[in-house]
Design a protein around this ligand. Structure first.
Ligand code: DMJ
Length: 454
């Protein structure tokens, strides 16, 4: 099985994906429609579970059938994160009800210290995309109020944001941050600036991004942890996984969404450094694994579910050769245990961090590659991923993370991004939408489509 997985040939639940280099069988229209229908049904199942057991709260605990709030008071994270998925899946009535609830009940006037990055990508991003899709100024007003309360994070000596901010008092904390949390803000803050005419949002987030880029090593790489007060690197590990990942995604996407040439230049320089030092050509395929940011010395041979966003970014940038090969590698990672783990040793081909928290990245990459190539092989892959998730993660009350992909033991959480991202990308893969023009619409790291209306 391990050998088969290494070759990218895998059988799962009776479904196969064509081996690398082999032409996949074309899909019939009805087959694709049926898959899209299954995705809608499962979305409905997960959403109803949230509504029944956790409505008005941040997330669902599907095993104990209780609500989970991130802070002492809820911020409606799941409904805000999932609202544009309801719209994309065509459930307008449910979207209207959800919007009404959000507009009536969501207030950010709360004495709680929140994580700027998570609240930006899930809540600010969700409000912005829904405000555009529903042409609703009330959602934009909520986004503006939230943005204003988040702004104090940028008041550090370097301009790079603190990790936490109190929504009522503006008090900040957490000087040790990382490229993902510093560099994954500009799509949301920039869009807020464009839609409200308040350029401060763009300027602060862009300033943070460039200050971070300026601290790259002489070989063009960033590390994993940085102190935003001193500007010094705390961890020199460089890769495309947790704590760094979406920093690269936003360099490329901010260039595309805002025509910001400086972002384009930073992206081009960064991707050249990544391909030179982080890309790892091995007998098991192409991977991107950790190196030291200064010397480029390889420090581990590890990839994971988060890193699986990278084929999507490569495809968007036009590097289809690397995108395809990396997606094949990611597929072999998925196939080793029948579900991908958060950490994977790509020499031994086994999990190092065995959890699967319902992540979307590998599905996003299948969608992005299918959109770029039209190759039905990515539909096959999508079906393999979907069937496995339904088989192993479905519960009576919704969907559950896996604590261990080897044993398939479930854990008690349905993260909001499962509805915002994972199921959305499945649906887009099987039921593409003509009105999502890649030249005009950019998906945030949380899969919120932002439209270039300016
Ligand atoms: C999401 O919240 C976002 O995609 C983020 O950029 C990374 N982690 C999760 C999904 O895995």
């Amino acid at each position: 099985m391990r050998r088969l997985a290494m070759l990218g040939v895998v059988a799962l639940s009776g479904c196969t994906a064509a081996p690398t280099g082999t032409a996949a069988r074309e899909w019939r229209g009805a087959e694709r429609k049926a898959m899209a229908g299954r995705v809608r049904e499962e979305f409905r199942h997960a959403w109803e579970g949230y509504k029944r057991y956790a409505w008005g709260h941040d997330e669902l605990k599907p095993l104990s059938r209780e609500a989970h709030d991130w802070y002492s008071r809820p911020l409606l994270i799941t409904p805000v994160d999932a609202l544009d998925t309801l719209l994309l899946l065509g459930d307008r009535e449910e979207a209207e009800r959800t919007r009404a609830y959000i507009v009536e009940n969501l207030s950010f006037d709360k004495d709680i210290s929140v994580k700027n990055f998570e609240i930006t990508i899930r809540v600010l991003g969700g409000l912005l995309s829904a405000s555009q899709m529903m042409s609703d100024p009330r959602l934009l007003a909520l986004a503006d109020d939230l943005g204003r309360r988040l702004l104090p994070v940028f008041d550090s000596p370097t301009g790079m944001p603190y990790v936490y901010v109190n929504l009522k008092t503006g008090e900040t904390s957490g000087a040790e941050s990382n490229p993902a949390e510093i560099g994954t803000l500009l799509l949301e803050f920039g869009t807020l600036a464009r839609l409200t005419g308040k350029s401060v949002y763009y300027d602060k987030a862009k300033h943070a991004l460039t200050r971070l880029f300026e601290r790259r090593s002489p070989i063009g790489l960033v590390g994993e942890v940085i102190d935003v007060e001193s500007g010094r690197w705390v961890s020199p590990s460089s890769h495309v996984g947790a704590r760094i990942d979406s920093y690269y995604e936003y360099l490329l996407k901010c260039w595309r969404l805002f025509d910001d040439e400086e972002c384009g230049r930073m992206w081009r320089e960064s991707i050249a450094a990544l391909n030179r030092h982080v890309a790892d050509e091995t007998p098991t395929g192409l991977w991107y694994g950790p190196v030291d940011m200064t010397s480029g010395r390889r420090t581990a041979r590890e990839f994971g579910a988060l890193e699986a966003f990278f084929p999507a970014v490569l495809a968007l940038a036009g590097d289809l050769d690397r995108a395809r090969r990396l997606q094949d590698s990611a597929f072999s990672m998925w196939s080793a245990a029948g579900v991908e783990p958060d950490g994977f040793d790509y020499v031994a081909m086994r999990a190092t961090h065995p959890a699967y928290p319902l992540r979307p990245e590998i599905v996003e990459s299948a969608w992005s590659l299918h959109r770029a190539t039209g190759d039905p092989r990515y539909l096959d892959m999508g079906r393999v991923f979907f069937d496995a998730i339904v088989t192993h993660c479905r519960t009576e009350a919704g969907y559950a993370v896996l604590e261990d992909v080897n044993t398939k033991r479930q854990g008690d959480l349905m993260p909001s991004y499962f509805l915002a991202e994972t199921l959305k990308y499945f649906h887009l893969l099987f039921a593409p939408q003509d009105d999502i023009d890649p030249e005009k619409v950019v998906f945030t790291t949380e899969a919120h489509p932002l439209r270039r209306t300016w």
